[in-house]
Ligand binder design. Structure first.
Ligand code: HEC
Ligand code: HEC
Length: 271
């Protein structure tokens, strides 16, 4: 069938790209040994110099407009009874603890399950301010999340993977290593085994989360982590999952936790 043969072509070219020799293989070997000796490496290290400079300069980083928009909502958006996020967390989030934010996703005792930073923002949005829940990874909640996460920029990622989060971390790792889709690939095939190789003009990184939510140049917007998981699933033609579901939360626990010790860059700038 026509569609099937197209998919086959896709597979062949993808495998071909991933198996390509020459210069990119040399980069791969180098990055791989770098990864082995130094542990987690930020996606930043795989960017082109111009993109790094854009991220580093708050006036050039387009993600900072989203941070500003989130700050505006945080300070000024009033509920029916005149409350704002700032009523409880201080103007500009001054009472939020950056070290605590760097621990997200966390295990929530009351709910008996992990909660992502965006999940907590949405919980406050509905329970404390009385609004309807925002769809996961939608623009308004991303603005709040990127603002709050930016408060922890410069902190080290510090997910508590050994406590009650452990089973979720392990479930996330299983998802990460499970092959799926028409190309029969897994996250680990690209982000563990082929680091440093080129795919569609991008250099494969370890798929770390420390830049997220991140400004995506090709989308012209700040994207959430779960939307990027979906983008990767589409890349190897596997079925996507609804952002915010339990499997994606477990995957976020794993993907974020394996980057423990990396510096939070939010908002990262990525292709
Ligand atoms: C009426 C008070 C109140 C308001 C208003 C409120 N929150 Fe919260 N927020 C809390 C409490 C209480 C917690 C602790 C959550 C828990 O453990 O259940 C919390 C936790 C958080 C956390 C996690 C911090 C941590 O220490 O774990 C973030 C981030 C946050 N809120 C963001 C927001 C945002 C964004 C808004 C506005 C949409 C908001 N909150 C509105 C009371 C509030
Ligand atoms: C076919 C190869 C491929 C597979 C398989 C794949 N990705 Fe990706 N992923 C990419 C590419 C290409 C990028 C953009 C360049 C980069 O950072 O690697 C990316 C980026 C990412 C990023 C953002 C990294 C950053 O620093 O901005 C995360 C997080 C990520 N992937 C997670 C995953 C997860 C989780 C899975 C499994 C569901 C997965 N990827 C599967 C190719 C892949």
């Amino acid at each position: 069938m026509y569609i099937k043969s197209l998919v086959r072509c896709g597979l062949v070219s993808l495998v071909f790209t991933l198996g390509a020799g020459g210069a990119s293989a040399a980069i791969a070997t180098e990055s791989l040994s770098m990864a082995k000796t130094t542990g987690p490496v930020s996606g930043y290290d795989f960017l082109q110099k111009e993109t790094q400079q854009m991220q580093d300069d708050d006036f050039l980083n387009p993600g900072m407009q989203w941070v500003d928009a989130g700050r505006e909502m945080f300070n000024n958006l009033q509920s029916k009874d005149d409350k704002t996020c700032a009523s409880c967390h201080g103007k500009n989030g001054s009472k939020l603890d950056p070290k605590r934010i760097a621990q997200y996703p966390v295990f929530n005792e009351k709910l008996g399950k992990p909660v992502t930073l965006q999940g907590q923002v949405n919980a406050c949005w509905t329970k404390q301010l009385g609004y309807h829940p925002l769809p996961y990874d939608s623009e308004a909640v991303i603005k709040l999340e990127v603002f709050v996460h930016n408060l922890a920029r410069g902190e080290k990622v510090n997910v508590q993977v050994d406590g009650p989060l452990k089973p979720y971390y392990e479930r996330g790792e299983t998802i990460y290593r499970t092959r799926a889709g028409q190309l029969d690939m897994a996250c680990s095939v690209c982000h563990d085994n082929n680091i440093g190789k080129k795919i569609r003009g991008n250099t494969l990184s370890q798929g770390q989360a420390n830049g997220y939510p991140a400004y995506r140049l090709q989308h012209g917007r700040v994207d959430g982590l779960h939307s990027t998981f979906n983008e990767c699933y589409r890349l190897f033609r596997a079925s996507e999952m609804p952002p915010g579901n339990d499997d994606y939360t477990a995957l976020e626990v794993y993907v974020t936790g394996r980057g423990n010790g990396l510096t939070i860059e939010t908002p990262g700038v990525r292709f």
